[in-house]
Design a protein around this ligand. Structure first.
Ligand code: BJW
Length: 235
């Protein structure tokens, strides 16, 4: 069986990383247009760096939860039986990798990487970033930014993801509100290709109607139960 999984902030909620649009979420406390756009970075890079420095510190203190671990088990079991799991996440955290997932497509980039806007070098980055940080590649100061995808920027690897959805047997969306495109349109690609679809979320997402199957509850409970039922052939 070939399974495509799309995850969003909800899968990391029980690890203590905030979601964006839930009550008390990140975008209720911070204005996305002032922090998550190329224009915001151009006009106030210090403020953008402070926001991502804070989130990088939170991430380094967080641990994967049972939802992440269940997906790592699913990958191992499918691979061992000749199938595959394509795990595509909108999350910039590394909790899937730390839970044991081997191949993860980060369509909105990675918080623990920095990119030089001058030479394009991408480097692992676990510390603070600021406007004085020098690029380890070209030495230029002022051009280092978090290697994440802001509003108006092109997500990573869309063609590859679309092909993986179309050639899968099951599309599963976990912990995402379905409000940010193009990820929110992935379920439509699956439906048009005749792929079975399932949504696992705390509550119905904006495009819940598009899914063949829906299971609601915390990811730390719903994802392991769904994975067990899939592996037992009952999914
Ligand atoms: C739980 C839970 C628990 C809680 N257990 N569940 C139509 C087509 C194409 C594009 C657009 C379009 N319409 C508009 C656009 C533009 C825009 C967009 O979508 N805007 C919308 C807001 C309307 N999209 C873009 O700009 C994208 N780029 C693009 O389209 O490029 C094309 C292009 C570019 C240039 C030229 C030409 C074409 C880029 C989008 C980048 C998004 N970036 C962010 C920030 C990344 C860095 C960072 O983290 O700071 O990505 S925004 C933020 O939203 C982050 C997330 O990945 C993303 C999605 O959020 P997510 O994961 O769904 O979180 P929430 O909070 O919304 O939902 C959490 C869910 O979990 C809820 O449902 C809860 O119920 C649930 N939950 N606890 C289980 N315990």
């Amino acid at each position: 069986m070939r399974v495509f999984v799309l995850t969003g902030a909800g899968i990391s909620a029980e690890s203590g990383l905030g979601t964006f649009r839930d009550p008390g979420g990140i975008w209720e406390r911070f204005d996305p247009m002032k922090l998550a756009t190329p224009e915001a970075f151009a006009s106030d890079p210090e403020q953008v760096h402070a926001f991502y420095n804070l989130r990088r510190r939170d991430l380094l203190a967080a641990e994967p939860n049972e939802g992440h671990r269940a997906l790592a088990r699913l990958e191992a079991a499918l691979t061992a039986s000749g199938g595959s799991l394509y795990l595509c996440t909108q999350n910039i955290d590394d909790l899937h990798e730390r839970a044991g997932s081997r191949v993860v497509h980060h369509m909105h980039g990675e918080l623990l990487k920095a990119r030089c806007t001058g030479c394009g070098a991408v480097v692992e980055w676990r510390g603070e970033l600021d406007v004085a940080t020098a690029c380890p590649g070209c030495g230029r100061r002022g051009g280092m930014r978090p290697d994440v995808v802001w509003f108006g920027e092109m997500p990573v690897g869309l063609d590859e993801a679309a092909m993986a959805i179309e050639t899968s047997d099951l599309f599963v969306s976990i912990g995402t509100s379905g409000s940010v495109y193009p990820a929110a349109g992935f379920v439509d690609i699956a439906r048009e290709a005749g792929v079975r679809t399932a949504e696992l979320n705390l509550e119905p997402s904006d495009n819940a109607w598009a899914f063949d199957e829906r299971r609601y509850g915390p990811a730390g409970e719903v994802v392991p139960a769904f994975v067990e039922s899939l592996l037992a052939g009952r999914g």
